[in-house]
Write a protein that binds this ligand. Structure first.
Ligand SMILES: Nc1ncnc2c1ncn2[C@@H]1O[C@H](COP(=O)(O)OP(=O)(O)O)[C@@H](O)[C@H]1O
Ligand SMILES: [Mg+2]
Length: 326
């Protein structure tokens, strides 16, 4: 793809997810609705944050998109092409080259008997990207450097690294074949705060340089706030609210979004003194006895899962805020 294409296609949809469901049948009586009807678009070149507490279905969403699972139902369209349902080995390989995932637990996906070079070059080899052994090594060295490691690490084995370093190897491996979409599943959660910023900067640089698109998964909003163009807030298998980062932080409407926002500490002592942590209590915060919630675009590009009465209430909230800011 030329740079011109990237520019003109900036607002183009790279990934379209519609009413995606992923149910796990535990036994005859129990089904876990890990993902229960989510819809969103990811635009080319953006960082799309997916946020929610542990168990809300974020990883399952990512794993279903990358086809580790077949979806229970719903639609996944990548670059205009449906990637759900039965696929040939070749199609799966193509999808794999274009969508890569960085996992939460790098230990689980780094083969302990392979050198770092072979781990990172696995995708290069599978897709025949490096033409010579020298090129292969150079790509690996470059990747090691960009993730904060170096040449000397190339011949070592995963157990010789710290958790944080292993996470970097996982990132280097995912980025090696220059995918279009990277699904990063809490890639920085295990890292020291100083290293988190380095990795985020690296990811942002790679995004710019290579026209990458990210689905960035996190359990809180503190880092996602700074790196995402748009954010979806997930709770118990459903997306509660979706808007641009700016809109979500200026005009959060859903009580669950507000509770996540209230959990972010700020380096401002005055603010910290007055910061009140809101807890989300669905039974108290909603009355869905007569009106069921649905997915509504409450304002341009701002979506919310709400009942009709709540939509009215939220609209008033938005209006009074607008008046205040005039
Ligand atoms: N392979 C699986 N089999 C059964 N249940 C699963 C499986 N994967 C995830 N779950 C369940 O689905 C829910 C969502 O999990 P997950 O997607 O990992 O959430 P998150 O990444 O937001 O923490 C949880 O209740 C989890 O226990
Ligand atoms: Mg997870």
């Amino acid at each position: 793809m030329s740079t011109k294409d990237i520019k003109t296609e900036k607002k183009d949809i790279l990934l379209k997810v519609r009413d995606l469901k992923q149910y796990f049948k535990i036994n005859r009586h129990t089904t876990v609705k890990a993902v229960d009807g989510v819809s969103f678009d990811i635009y080319k070149g953006e960082t799309f944050g997916l946020v929610g507490e542990s168990g809300s279905g974020k990883s399952t969403t990512g794993r279903t998109i990358i086809r580790l699972y077949d979806a229970t139902s719903g639609e996944i369209v990548f670059n205009g092409e449906n990637i759900q349902g039965k696929k040939s080995t070749k199609d799966k390989k193509d999808i794999n080259k274009k969508i890569q995932m960085i996992f939460q637990d790098p230990q689980a996906c780094l083969n302990p008997r392979m050198t770092v070079t072979d781990i990172i070059a696995e995708g290069l080899d599978a897709h025949g990207i490096a033409k010579t052994a020298e090129e292969r090594n150079n790509i690996v060295y470059d990747l090691l450097e960009t993730v904060g490691l170096n040449k000397e690490h190339a011949s070592r084995y995963p157990h010789e690294f710290s958790g944080g370093q292993r996470q970097r190897i996982g990132i280097a491996r995912a980025l090696a074949i220059e995918p279009e979409l990277v699904i990063a599943d809490e890639p920085i959660s295990a890292l020291d705060v100083s290293i988190q910023a380095q990795v985020v900067n690296l990811m942002n640089k790679l995004k710019k340089d290579r026209g990458l698109t990210y689905l960035f998964i996190a359990h809180d909003l503190s880092m996602v706030k700074y790196i995402s163009d748009r954010i979806a807030v997930m709770y118990k298998g459903k997306i509660m609210e979706l808007a641009s980062s700016e809109e979500l932080f200026n005009n959060p409407l859903h009580p669950y979004t507000k509770s996540l926002l209230s959990a972010i500490p700020l380096p401002d002592p005055d603010y910290e003194k007055t910061r009140v942590r809101k807890t989300y209590n669905p039974k108290e915060d909603h009355d869905y006895s007569t009106q069921k919630p649905k997915w509504v675009e409450i304002k341009k590009d701002h979506f919310i899962y709400a009942s009709d009465n709540e939509v009215k209430k939220y609209k008033k909230e938005l209006e009074s805020k607008e008046k205040m800011s005039v």
